[in-house]
Ligand binder design. Structure first.
Ligand code: NDP
Ligand code: 8X3
Length: 250
């Protein structure tokens, strides 16, 4: 088989699931990972095992990640693109009231797992003159109340992406930091511990970014001519803009 291969983390929902659909529709083969095995199996049921390889594991589990990589079947081993998408926000409390366990889960998922995936797949990506797309966020550039550690993890993802570009100089490997603003996925459901009403309220009337919008952006980036690198791209819904600073008096 000659089609390109993408490994998309966080493929069970939101941006990741839409990106699987976009890339499979475009003729790529996809390694789809996430914890919810039944959703990964549904992708295989829809597209067939020639097109989708499901790998169910918790991305914070380094041993499981290493095992998944070591056991890649030959026809999914030559990876052209890694989409580091798996991630989450937990909570919106101010730092002084935040749950430390939630902070650690965000760091373990959004930072530690992302760098581990990247490091373990870099030899294959270099061999293929491949590409890495890291899903960062506007929260890494624009602080907002309650964004504390989530925004910190995304600032890391952006800066790590820029650093990777520098280190990979001359290898032909492309690296992009994609920084979306407000998008309606399962993101707010996860952030609020399953509060569908809170999620609906946040997005109501705002015409947010959709998962398909981001999948289309990733498709565009991945299919640019190989001499072009999008270093960073920030995407917001038209309804969202930066709102400045606050002053406390007295
Ligand atoms: P969703 O909640 O819809 O999807 C998140 C995905 O990440 C799921 O597939 C989930 O899979 C996976 N994931 C989370 N934790 C783990 C874990 N421990 N192990 C394996 N997979 C995990 O959210 P989005 O699609 O919105 O989020 C995707 C990325 O986009 C995240 O990095 C997020 O921070 C970022 N982002 C989102 C924005 C938004 O407004 N929605 C804006 C900017 C950036 P599973 O639960 O099955 O393991
Ligand atoms: C998700 C976007 O603004 O909710 O990263 O943090 S935001």
């Amino acid at each position: 088989m000659t089609s390109k291969i993408a490994w998309i983390t966080g493929a069970t929902a939101g941006f990741g699931a839409a990106t699987v659909e976009r890339f499979v529709a475009g003729g790529w083969r996809v390694i789809a990972s996430g914890r919810r095995a039944e959703r990964l199996q549904a992708l295989v049921d829809t597209h067939g095992s020639d097109h989708v390889l499901p790998l169910a594991f918790d991305i914070r589990d380094e041993a499981a990640m290493r095992k998944a990589i070591a056991n890649l079947p030959a026809d999914f081993a030559d990876i052209d693109l890694l989409v580091n998408n798996a991630g989450l926000a937990l909570g919106t409390a101010p730092a002084q009231q935040a749950d430390l366990a939630q902070w650690k889960q965000m760091i373990d998922t959004n930072v530690t797992a992302l760098v581990t995936m990247t490091r373990l797949l870099l030899p294959r990506l270099i061999a293929r003159r491949g590409a890495i797309i890291n899903i960062s966020s506007i929260s890494g550039s624009y602080p907002y109340p309650g964004g504390n550690v989530y925004g910190g993890t995304k600032a890391f993802v952006t800066q790590f992406s820029l650093g990777l570009r520098t280190d990979l100089h001359g290898t032909g490997v492309r690296v992009t930091s994609v920084e979306p603003g407000m998008a309606e996925t399962e993101f707010t459901l996860v952030r609020t511990g399953g509060d569908q009403a809170a999620s609906d309220k946040l997005y109501a009337g705002s015409h947010p970014i959709t998962a398909d919008d981001i999948a289309g952006t990733l498709w565009w980036i991945a299919n640019l001519p190989p001499h072009l690198n999008v270093n960073r791209i920030e995407v917001m819904p038209v309804s969202q803009s930066a709102a400045g600073l606050q002053v406390h008096r007295g």
